[in-house]
Design a protein around this ligand. Structure first.
Ligand code: HEM
Length: 538
């Protein structure tokens, strides 16, 4: 195949990905010199020593020695596919993003993942699943880097290294927390009660999906949309699978982990190969962009909270179809680089402190994972919009930039069309007012209710779903060695629901503590009206 097409600035555009068949009438070195033989090294006599001068031997082995790159620090195990997103035009009133307009088709690449396991771990473990989508829009790349659970463990990104250290394999014997020494994970979540909501979703059937094709996806954070008149709203993004949401039961999940650790990866690939293309509708919950950034008393900047769909229905705005498998796992699934800061005009971030840390973290980690700052030139990461970015040089630079030095304004390069503010199609951050306030480290009071929403989730479960949750907590906590950790987590469960706490305590052979916070009533409707409560954490 020929080289990728060049954009006006000399960079290959992502629309044309190079595929190299590695076939032909003869073999060559990496320099194109024909080889007579790739099966034998050069020796001084048939049984003599191998000669250092054998460039082909050294080139072949050296390249092999460097075939692996570091796995992702989280979400290391994944599976991905290509597809297309079709805009319904239903978001036009709230966002000027061109790819959301009616009947606009945008290529997408989606990577699903587990969070904690290594690259070779099993698919059906109990964990959160990543659901990251790259939209190659005409206005630049938009990445929606979400999960299959709508809330997160922590409210501040400064805690992210801590929660991951607590959940990853035990440092001395590298045995995954998810299967063996559970103490650190349960120590962390029982000490950080903001993690209660996410942990409860993990212990529910949502933690063991039947298939990537049968998972919801959530942007988790609240985002800000801006329309053509520069009016803004706050939104939460939702992916709803056309096949519905389905889970495994724990016994199935465990058996499949042994018999087919690639279960989810295989399922996705086989379905697409067979033409059974999975589909999701993208939807938004829309809230007024008020200075308080709350809705019905819920702090929209708190990533441990949902907004119940009874209070704000999800409006469908487009349809995604995954219709093509990857051709090369390494080139595409392994090298793809998502970033929550990849935004297009009409979509902006909010001041959620977890999101702020993510906006720093992804580019930073990818510089080491993908070997320098030029990974946007890797085919799967190339925007489909023209690129003119003023970035130069660096490791693995593949563009041959020409012209004078990249600075603006610049009177030496034939005139300067780039006057600040002149491009009306450019991305401009929403002019949100930043409150005048003293610098503080403490969390806002509106982040302090850690139990109302977990309780609502529990109350919304059917009896078999509750049985699964009780069994999951009992099984996982029974793996802890530290009695104090189990007892502290039982106190957390008491603040969700007495029945949940009692049944898990019975399973563990421990006494059930009483709740330390007032519990919202069991009837979900009055409970909903109390969502905005600010009860203190344990
Ligand atoms: C990777 C989601 C919070 C750091 C990922 C991936 C997803 C994801 C889906 C996999 C991307 C892929 O498939 O390549 C989320 C969600 C979060 C969250 C939904 C919270 C709502 C955070 C936070 C941090 C973080 C708070 C750090 C402060 C990372 C890093 C990677 C990653 C370093 C690896 C990226 C790479 O190597 O390409 N996350 N994450 N995440 N996330 Fe997050």
């Amino acid at each position: 195949d020929g080289p990728a097409t060049m954009s006006p600035t000399g960079q290959a555009t992502g629309a044309e990905q190079e595929s190299v068949a590695q076939g032909g009438a003869y073999l060559t070195t990496a320099q194109g010199t024909r080889l007579p033989d790739t099966d034998h090294s050069l020796k001084a006599g048939a049984r003599g020593p191998v000669l250092l001068q054998d460039h082909h031997l050294r080139e072949k082995i050296t390249h092999f020695d460097h075939e692996r790159i570091p796995e992702r620090v989280v979400h290391a195990r994944g599976a991905a596919a290509h597809g297309v997103f079709l805009g319904y035009g239903a978001a036009g009133e709230v966002s000027k993003a061109a790819f959301l307009a009616k009947d606009v088709e945008t290529p997408v690449f989606v990577r699903f993942s587990t969070v904690l396991g290594s690259r070779g771990s099993a698919d059906t473990v109990r964990d959160t699943r990543g659901f990251a989508t790259k939209f190659y829009t005409d206005e630049g790349t938009f990445d929606l880097v979400g999960n299959n659970i709508p809330v997160f463990f922590i409210q501040d990104a400064v805690k992210f290294p801590d929660v991951i250290h607590a959940g990853k394999p035990h440092p001395d014997r590298e045995i995954p927390q998810a299967q063996s020494a559970h103490d650190t994970f349960w120590d962390f979540v029982s000490l950080h009660t903001e993690a209660t909501h996410h942990t409860l979703w993990n212990m529910s059937d949502r933690g063991i999906p039947r298939s990537y094709r049968m998972m919801e996806g959530f942007g988790v954070h609240t985002f800000r949309l801006v329309n053509a008149a520069d009016e803004s709203v706050l939104v939460k993004f939702h992916w709803k699978p056309k096949l519905g949401v389905h889970s495994l039961v724990w016994e199935e999940a465990q058996m499949i982990s042994g018999t087919d650790p690639d279960f989810h990866r295989r399922d996705l690939f086989d379905a697409i190969e067979a033409g059974a293309f999975p589909q999701w509708e993208l939807g938004i919950q829309v809230f007024p962009d008020t200075p308080e950034q709350t809705f019905e008393g819920i702090d929209l900047l708190d990533p441990t909270k949902i907004v119940p769909e009874e209070l704000s229905p999800v409006r469908p705005i487009g349809l995604m179809t995954l219709n093509a498998n990857t051709k090369n796992y390494f080139a595409e699934t392994e090298q793809v680089a998502f970033h929550p800061g990849h935004l297009v005009p009409g979509i902006d971030v909010t001041d959620d402190p977890l999101l702020a840390g993510r906006l720093f973290s992804y580019l930073d980690t990818q510089i080491s994972r993908l070997g320098g700052p030029n990974f946007a030139q890797i085919p799967v990461n190339r925007p489909h919009a023209p690129v003119n970015d003023m970035l130069r040089d660096g490791m693995h630079q593949s563009a041959v930039h020409t012209g004078t030095a990249p600075y603006r304004p610049n009177t030496l390069d034939g005139g300067c069309p780039f006057l600040a503010g002149a491009d009306t199609a450019a991305y401009v951050e929403a002019p949100v007012r930043v409150p005048e306030a003293a610098k503080v480290r403490e969390a806002p009071a509106s982040f302090s209710d850690h139990f109302t929403q977990p309780r609502l989730f529990w109350l919304s479960m059917t009896p078999p779903e509750r049985e699964h949750i009780v069994a999951a907590y009992t099984f996982e906590l029974s793996k802890c060695h530290e009695q104090a950790v189990k007892e502290r987590e039982l106190k957390v469960l008491a603040n969700i629901d007495p029945q949940l706490c009692e049944e898990v305590a019975t399973g563990l052979g421990l006494p059930a503590p009483a709740a330390a916070v007032p519990l919202v009533p069991a009837d979900p409707s009055p409970a909903l009206s109390q969502l905005g409560g600010t009860w203190p954490a344990d």
